[in-house]
Design a binder for this molecule. Structure first.
Ligand code: MG
Ligand code: MG
Length: 255
């Protein structure tokens, strides 16, 4: 069931989104060659504590995973697409890092992700990240009253396919609200003019994830969480939680 939010609920979600953006900015400014993924998780946990917010990720246990998620961020490096568990791995020069983070304030969630290079960036990574960001922005721009959910999916997928990237199937955006994952599902490919009509109060996470190798195949790590490109190519992931409003799309996960 799709739950439309009231203006008062949107104000709470905006606050959750502010905490998410604050934590992601803190993680990004800490990430550097030699810093471990676990240290990045501690930075994000510190923001949650100082803001009095709860983690959306820690202890989250979806049907596909064998164990609850053990951290507050997902840290996905290089060929890991999403859902990487923060480890003692220390970032190396030229790594491509994706950080996904969710926070809950007064019962409402925010969910956002960023990808960025560490140290000396590879030019092809810079392009992959820029294209993934462009797809996110195109998806957000399509989230207007009178449109359809397929417009958002199509806008995202068109940019990924035009650039020749692979797109993992069965993982993508989703409704956000009292649960981090709620209806509707927001696939990263679709047909314009099809699907759920977009109405003011609809809150969704839009999250393109593109694989540089161009194949759609991915594999799951033995931990049951991390999704990795099957061909070893690198992947990027960008996400915002947004609201459809009468004034157009409103990004909730910004400072
Ligand atoms: Mg996320
Ligand atoms: Mg999400």
């Amino acid at each position: 069931m799709v739950e439309l939010k009231t203006p008062a609920e949107l104000a709470i979600m905006r606050e959750a989104g502010r905490v998410v953006a604050t934590a992601l900015a803190a993680v990004r400014s800490t990430a550097a060659v030699g810093v471990s993924l676990r240290e990045l998780d501690e930075v994000a946990a510190g923001v949650l504590a100082s803001e009095g917010a709860k983690s959306s990720f820690q202890h989250y246990h979806p049907h596909f995973a064998p164990t609850p998620f053990p951290a507050v961020i997902c840290a996905s490096v290089n060929d890991v697409i999403v859902h990487g568990i923060p480890s003692d791995y220390r970032l190396r020069d030229g790594d491509l890092v994706s950080i996904d983070f969710g926070a809950c304030v007064d019962g409402f969630h925010g969910d956002s992700a960023i990808s960025f290079p560490v140290g000396t960036p590879r030019p092809e990574d810079v392009t992959l990240i820029a294209d993934t960001r462009a797809a996110l922005n195109a998806g957000i721009a399509a989230a207007v009253p009178g449109g359809r959910l397929g417009d958002v999916s199509a806008a995202v997928g068109r940019i990924g396919r035009a650039a020749g990237y692979g797109i993992p199937q069965n993982f993508g955006g989703h409704g956000v609200g009292r649960a981090m994952h709620e209806d509707p599902s927001v696939p990263n490919e679709g047909r314009p003019g099809r699907g759920l009509p977009l109405r003011p109060g609809l809150t969704i996470a839009i999250e393109p994830m593109f694989m540089a190798g161009g194949r759609d195949r991915f594999v799951t790590d033995p931990d049951g969480w991390a999704l990795r490109t099957a061909d070893g190519s690198r992947a990027a992931h960008m996400e915002h939680t947004i609201a459809v409003t009468d004034d157009g799309p409103m990004i909730l996960t910004t400072p």
